[in-house]
Write a protein that binds this ligand. Structure first.
Ligand SMILES: [Zn+2]
Length: 268
């Protein structure tokens, strides 16, 4: 079974994960195509925090909302700081961070929501976005985590948050977005020494004093430890650094580039 597919809405392409496809769920991971941003942010930069023109980002976000059929006013964005704070989003927070950085939910790399009609949005360019859905308890979640968030247990902490709201871990579906792959993610010893000994299979190679780290596989292993079923986890096959025609890559661009967005929402 295919685990992900690229869909198009006009010139705008986005990726969906097959284990999150359900009539009551809207979700997507954006690609670069179909937006109005200029280089080095071309085209569909979704991040307001990268020195792109704000009016271009707002137009790009408007286009995504139109393509997927959700209300821009229902979007909630967290301020991402490579931390592990998780905020439960309610309708009182609708709109936070969507038109301005200033009112994004402070220091919230993880968002969880049990209400329909709210759209969770997060951003990445090489880091992983972790999508969650419990179809029994009807709870969604979205988290941003690179290696810092991963070693700080962002994935398992999201599962803890679901369980506190009534979920059973074996019912939770998860999808791991395109992110920098083991082919391209060269890291130093200061990263590798934070990987627990029993999960060292996520370190896939060593060359000239550097290591190659499989960030999405490390997330997957942590989610398995947290009680998710292997068949409920989809891990994207795309490396963002290998496919800069499709995705923004912080590493490959030298740091000056746009951001993809992940969104997930439950319909009314
Ligand atoms: Zn690669």
């Amino acid at each position: 079974m295919r685990k992900e597919e690229i869909r198009s809405a006009g010139a705008l392409d986005y990726l969906v994960f097959t284990n999150l496809l359900a009539p009551e769920i809207v979700h997507a991971f954006t690609l670069r195509s179909g937006g109005v941003s200029f280089p080095p942010y071309e085209q569909l930069n979704m991040g307001l925090h990268v020195s792109d023109r704000p009016e271009a980002v707002l137009e790009n976000r408007r286009r995504l909302a139109a393509a997927l059929g959700y209300e821009a006013a229902a979007v909630v964005v967290g301020e991402q700081v490579h931390g592990t704070k998780i905020v439960q989003v309610t309708s009182a927070l609708a709109g936070a961070g969507h038109r301005s950085l200033e009112d994004a939910i402070p220091t919230a790399d993880g968002l969880i929501c049990a209400e329909p009609g709210i759209v969770l949005m997060a951003h990445a360019a090489d880091c992983t976005l972790l999508y969650f859905y419990d179809p029994l308890e009807r709870i969604i979640g979205l988290a941003h985590a690179g290696w810092r968030g991963a070693v700080a247990q962002m994935g398992p902490l999201m599962i803890d948050a679901f369980v506190r709201l009534g979920s059973r871990s074996e019912n939770i579906r998860a999808a791991l977005s395109p992110s920098i792959g083991p082919c391209c993610y060269q890291v130093g010893a200061q990263v590798i020494e934070k990987i627990p000994a029993h999960l060292q299979q996520a370190v896939v190679g060593r060359k000239e004093g550097y290591y190659y780290f499989d960030l999405p596989e490390f997330h997957r292993l942590l989610l398995l430890e947290a009680g998710l079923c292997a068949e409920n986890i989809v891990k994207s096959s795309y490396c963002t650094a290998c496919h800069t025609d499709l995705f923004y890559s912080y590493r490959m661009s030298g740091g000056r580039t746009g951001r993809m967005a992940g969104i997930i929402s439950m319909k009314w």
